[in-house]
Write a protein that binds this ligand. Structure first.
Ligand SMILES: Cc1ncc(COP(=O)(O)O)c(C=O)c1O
Length: 373
């Protein structure tokens, strides 16, 4: 990877970035399979769509595409602040929560800083710090699909500038338990900022940890990330947010984003989605039942599947998962073969509609025959 091109000099940190694995798009899948009906199980979208109230809001006279949207996202921040029991000044809204990963990285990091995260991980937890010239230490998951808390504690003692953890964990699936998160909080050193990415928060089983609630009473500096892309079904509109422990962290993160970052449709839709939480909760309940069914069916094939508190499953195939994903693509099924070193047999599949999940299960069973005794 060269940092210069035709006499120009790129930012070397950016020029050397690993690509973000955004997955295969539907046009490629149609060309590869010759099918129109594609099972899109790679991006953790909501197969049920979004609340009808969102569509009504977008069809109403409140939607004025010719006007600049509110750069402060005032209505949405007020609604979120009331819901979450924080001050609106602690919230920064982003063009997807991915923008908030970039913003917190820009707010905190200079070249040479160290960031701690886990592997496998959500790509941007590594890419955004690398773009700023930070170094990223990645701690592998345990053999049983868990967070390696002993290793985390040891690594946190070295005072990384930031610690990125997603819980529930993309791409693996489990969430930190109450006791585990307590251990992590105790290990945070002065000078380290914990960024807890709760993109899949709504999918966790009832009674699971609410990381934001625990952090609010911890006395620690923190940033919690959440999104409307997953359970609320607004992935295409791009809206997520950061809740910060105090207004100063939010102010600096706000300076690290573009001013009109969240478009008018996204702001309206997110407010409408929040007002119709019942739709989201019913959709999540159905998803959880389907998740249990699909996980059980994969286990019956004899494959190892991680516990999932999300809308996807992470499992170990009997052969290279990239080859299996290519075979699935030829059958009109898009999944994500994991590419990080050491995880080449792992695959992540979103829980989709029952019909799409059945397609995936049938194809996986054929690709992963039980070894002869
Ligand atoms: C852990 C995690 N964080 C953040 C995001 C970004 O989501 P969005 O930018 O759509 O809010 C994702 C998307 O898949 C994710 O899995």
């Amino acid at each position: 990877m060269s940092a210069s091109h035709q006499g120009l000099h790129f930012n070397p940190h950016v020029a050397a970035l690993p690509p973000y694995n955004a997955g295969t798009n539907v046009a490629i899948a149609r060309a590869a399979s010759g099918m129109q009906d594609i099972a899109r199980l790679a991006s953790n979208e909501n197969p049920e769509g979004c609340s009808p109230k969102v569509m009504q809001a977008l069809a109403s006279s409140a939607f004025e595409p010719w006007r600049y949207a509110d750069p402060a996202c005032g209505a949405l921040r007020a609604a979120l602040a009331a819901r979450l029991g924080v001050d609106a000044a602690q919230i920064v809204v982003g063009n997807g929560s991915e923008e908030m990963i970039a913003a917190v990285s820009r707010a905190m990091l200079v070249p040479g800083n160290q960031v701690l995260t886990v592997v496998p991980s959500f790509g941007l937890h590594e890419i955004e710090p690398l773009a700023l010239g930070a170094t990223v230490v990645k701690l592998p998951m345990t053999a049983r699909f868990g967070f390696d808390l002993d290793a985390l504690e040891r690594a946190m003692a070295a005072v990384p500038r930031m610690v990125f953890l997603s819980s529930p964990w993309n791409p693996v699936g489990p969430a930190l338990s109450h006791a585990d998160l307590q251990r992590v909080l105790r290990a945070v050193q002065p000078g380290s900022l914990l960024v807890l990415d709760e993109a899949y928060f709504e999918y966790a089983d009832p009674g699971s940890v609410d990381g934001l609630e625990m952090l609010k009473t911890s006395g620690l500096p923190f940033v919690v990330l959440r999104t409307f892309s997953k359970a609320y079904g607004l992935a295409g509109l791009r809206v997520g947010y950061a809740v910060c422990s105090d207004a100063e962290i939010a102010r600096v993160m706000g300076s690290a984003k573009t001013p009109f970052n969240v478009n008018a449709a996204a702001q309206l839709a997110a407010v409408a989605a929040l007002e119709d939480d019942a739709w989201m909760r019913a959709s999540v309940a159905r998803l959880r039942t389907e998740r249990a069914r699909v996980a059980q069916a994969i286990k019956v094939m004899g494959l190892r599947v991680a516990d999932s508190q999300t809308n996807f499953l992470f499992f170990e195939c009997r052969s290279d998962s990239a080859e299996q994903a290519a075979a699935l693509l030829r059958q009109g099924i898009i999944v994500k073969a994991w590419r990080e070193a050491g995880y080449e047999r792992f695959m992540r599949a979103t829980i989709g509609s029952t019909q799409d999940n059945d397609r995936l299960l049938a194809a996986l069973a054929a690709l992963n025959p039980a070894p002869r005794a």
